[in-house]
Design a protein around this ligand. Structure first.
Ligand SMILES: Cc1ncc(COP(=O)(O)O)c(C=O)c1O
Length: 332
């Protein structure tokens, strides 16, 4: 049995911390003089909150958002005390109708006189856009207008409206600080246009077996794919229990030797089967790897094939993957 966990693992997930820092810096430069926080809830969207937050803090990020108190307590242990950690899930509701103060609650609580004289210690005024990834949606401007009006009642209390997509709606949406999450991790904040963010993760799945098949052979559960010609198939140690969604059945793909490999049949819990007929047989060998996510087929592309969004691909990334963090030239 291999003693090295990397050798035992069915798949290897590389997380590019340098790329996350580069994405944060490019967003921070875009919004200046507004400040750029980082949203690291849900274990930094599945990529590892301690590692991601520490890298961002070293790069100069001062404000981190999580979704629960427990996430914040855990993060407090890894961040310098100079960094502020805030729990989301409370802000002024300007049109999303999810959380936050309603209009009536806001009016009741809003400071009379200057915010500094008010009994409540207001640390920030926050709202969230419902349609930030649809620039033409009229709710964006409506929320911006409502937020600007709310903000006028709060003097110099720092105000924040934009997450990843909102940053790209223009300066009017930046206010005092922005709160990107997904864009830091490579999700396109402007769907339908070319992605300005660096891809952050690479996932490669180990080939467990390679077999020759004949025309008429059925592949996987439900015999849901039947070969229409002879070929060669590779079975890879990644399945829906690893976040390689079952909805990628018949639709997903991998890459090897620069070629796209169609995923055949249904994804099962721990395995998926790829057609490697077109690949040099010396490349597709048991113990070798098929690229599942890379710069060419990123989280958004996998999400489109799986019928979901990049956020869900990220946060579902499997716990069984062997994780390698890349920080500049160092592996950690
Ligand atoms: C209130 C709030 N702010 C910021 C974010 C970060 O959003 P994004 O990942 O789209 O940048 C989220 C994400 O769900 C959120 O709920």
């Amino acid at each position: 049995m291999a003693s090295d966990p990397a050798e035992r693992a069915g798949a290897i997930l590389e997380i590019d911390l340098t790329g996350i820092v580069a994405n944060w810096r490019s967003l921070a430069a875009r919004v200046e003089p507004a400040r750029c926080a980082a949203v690291v809830k849900a274990d930094a969207y599945g990529l590892g909150a301690p590692q991601v937050s520490a890298a961002l803090a070293t790069a100069g990020c001062q404000l981190f958002f999580v979704a629960s108190l427990d996430e914040g307590i855990a993060l407090r242990k890894v961040l310098p005390t100079s960094c502020e950690i805030a729990v989301l899930n409370g802000h002024v509701d300007t049109g999303m109708t999810r959380l936050g103060l309603t209009k009536q609650e806001f009016e009741a609580l809003a400071p009379v006189g200057t915010p500094r004289q008010h009994a409540t210690c207001w640390r920030a005024l926050i709202s969230h856009l419902a349609c930030g990834d649809e620039p033409a949606h009229p709710l964006n401007e409506a929320q911006r207008t409502r937020f600007a009006a709310a903000r006028r009642q709060f003097g110099d209390v720092p105000a924040s409206l934009a997450a990843s997509s909102g940053i790209f709606l223009g300066r009017g949406f930046h206010f005092d600080f922005v709160r990107p999450g997904a864009a830091l991790y490579g999700v396109n904040p402007q769907p339908g246009t070319s992605n300005p963010m660096r891809q952050i993760i690479r996932l490669k799945g180990k080939i467990l077996q390679v077999r020759e098949v004949d025309r008429g052979d059925a592949v996987g559960y439900g015999a849901a794919h039947v070969m229409d010609r002879p070929g060669r198939l590779a079975t890879v140690a990644v399945g829906y229990a690893d976040g390689w969604f079952r909805s990628l059945s018949h639709r997903g793909s991998g890459r090897l030797g620069g070629r796209r490999l169609p995923l055949l049949g249904r994804v099962s819990m721990d395995l998926a089967v790829f057609d490697v007929s077109a690949v040099d047989p010396t490349l597709a060998q048991p113990g070798g790897f098929i690229e599942l996510l890379d710069d060419h087929y990123g989280v958004d592309a996998a999400a489109a094939d799986a019928g979901t969004i990049g956020y869900e691909i990220l946060t579902a990334l499997g716990r069984r993957y062997h994780r390698v963090y890349r920080d500049e030239a160092n592996l950690c």
